[in-house]
Write a protein that binds this ligand. Structure first.
Ligand SMILES: Cc1ncc(COP(=O)(O)O)c(C=O)c1O
Length: 413
């Protein structure tokens, strides 16, 4: 067995909380470096990376030294968040605004995707006076306490129920009828008080890459208008090129959108952007912000995010994601849909999933792929899917080499 990997893994086990990293009994893998879409482990073995840091690495594993060289006016590592802004933070907010439709005018930065959604929930609470949310089964919005009510999954929530705030999330089937939304809205607002917003992923990511029915997002918009609710898009996974567009809010105007993952190109930075009206429900900060964090809008992360977005636009990576994703989808469907193990293949842009009939089959495939030098992770509530979310600039031959290997494995079952 690979001794170095095992030794590193045992060291980790001795010092890390046992929940923090998946436990393995064999096939240990400890990553050490990355270049583009190639990862290397502590033994120097190479892997094609189809996960790209859970969809965060737009340009793959970048050479951070090259990206941060000559950062003259943006050379600060850590700024003074809510007291004195960094120039890089100002630029990042301006750049994000320039990529969104004009009605999403103002935003706030944070570090993680969870925190961007938390910002959205707090904004909706301030803007409407409500603290309950209509959200969706199988939805994932992060695991911080503030977003636990809206992330689906009892196993995430149950152990911490006593810590949960009073706000509630009412989970409806993704793609459900407007009648069902109407019913949940009236039953729950009567019972629990004002509902502030509908929170939705334009495509469900961690839940197994599930696309909504056509026009469904627009019908949510109409529903929100009718009931005077805000419409919040969680675009932490789908945003900034992943599904072939910068944001779904050009097609359907949401009131608030949340961005994370791809924003920093690998650096931890996230954002919540909303209309001027909803964002101005926050009080003016005359000395102390009522929502901030030491590393919110971290100066160096903002500098890298600025470069990331500049290159993303200049290199047309959203468009590339759309066209390469379509080719990949076509290839996988042609190769696999006739096999008995595969239930469905779907996706948009470079957010593709192979769903299998049996629970846990995504985990089995992940482990087999690891032995063949490919990194991809399972998704879906029963681990029945394998998600493919590579860097948006993955070289085409490398992408298809990996897809061919996946197809070969499934065809051999
Ligand atoms: C749609 C969506 N929202 C929020 C999050 C939470 O982001 P983070 O893990 O950065 O807190 C995720 C993470 O996968 C996500 O996919």
């Amino acid at each position: 067995m690979d001794n170095k990997n095992s030794a590193w893994y045992q060291r980790l086990r001795a010092v890390e909380c046992q929940d923090s990293t998946m436990s393995l009994s064999e096939d240990f893998l400890v990553l050490q470096e990355g270049q583009g879409s190639i990862l290397r482990d502590v033994e120097g073995r190479s892997f094609i990376d189809l996960c790209a840091g859970f969809g965060a690495l737009t340009h793959g594993h970048i050479d951070i030294t090259a990206w941060t060289q000559n950062l003259k006016e943006d050379g600060l590592v850590q700024g003074m968040g809510d007291v004195y802004p960094s120039a890089s933070k100002v630029k990042l907010l301006e750049t994000i605004k320039s990529l969104l439709p004009p009605h999403l005018e103002k935003g706030a930065l944070a570090v993680t995707g969870s925190q961007a959604v938390e910002l959205a929930l707090k904004t909706a609470c301030l803007a409407t006076g409500g603290n309950n949310f209509l959200c969706f089964q199988n939805g994932y919005h992060g695991l911080d306490i503030g977003v636990l009510p809206v992330t689906d999954g009892d196993h995430f929530r149950k152990p911490f129920e006593s810590l949960l705030p009073h706000g509630r999330g009412f989970h409806l089937p993704y793609g459900c009828s407007i009648e069902l939304l109407e019913k949940s809205y009236s039953d729950n607002s009567l019972k629990y008080g004002r509902i502030a917003a509908v929170l939705v992923e334009p495509i469900q990511g961690r839940g197994g890459i599930i696309l909504p029915p056509p026009e469904w997002l627009m019908s949510l918009r109409h529903f929100c208008d009718k009931k005077n609710l805000l419409l919040i898009f969680d675009e932490v996974f789908t945003g900034l090129g992943r599904i072939g567009t910068m944001t779904s809010s050009f097609d359907v105007p949401c009131d608030i959108t949340c961005l994370g993952k791809a924003l920093g190109g690998g650096m931890p930075v996230s954002a919540c952007f909303g209309t001027k009206e909803v964002m101005s429900s926050w009080p003016m900060n005359t000395g102390e912000a009522i929502h901030t964090g030491t590393f919110f809008g971290h100066a160096l992360s903002c500098s890298v995010a600025n470069k990331n977005l500049e290159f993303l636009v200049a290199q047309g990576l959203a468009e590339r994601s759309a066209s390469l994703g379509l080719k990949g989808l076509f290839f996988l469907k042609n190769s696999l849909l006739a096999t008995s193990f595969v239930k469905d293949i779907r996706g948009k842009g470079l957010m593709i999933v192979i769903e299998m009939h049996e629970s846990n089959q995504g985990v089995v495939l992940m482990n087999t792929l690891k032995r063949k030098g490919i990194i991809a992770i399972p998704s879906g509530p029963k681990g029945q899917c394998l998600s493919i979310t590579p860097a948006l600039n993955i070289p085409e031959p490398l992408f298809f080499e990996a897809l061919e290997t996946i197809c070969g494995i499934i065809q051999s079952w």
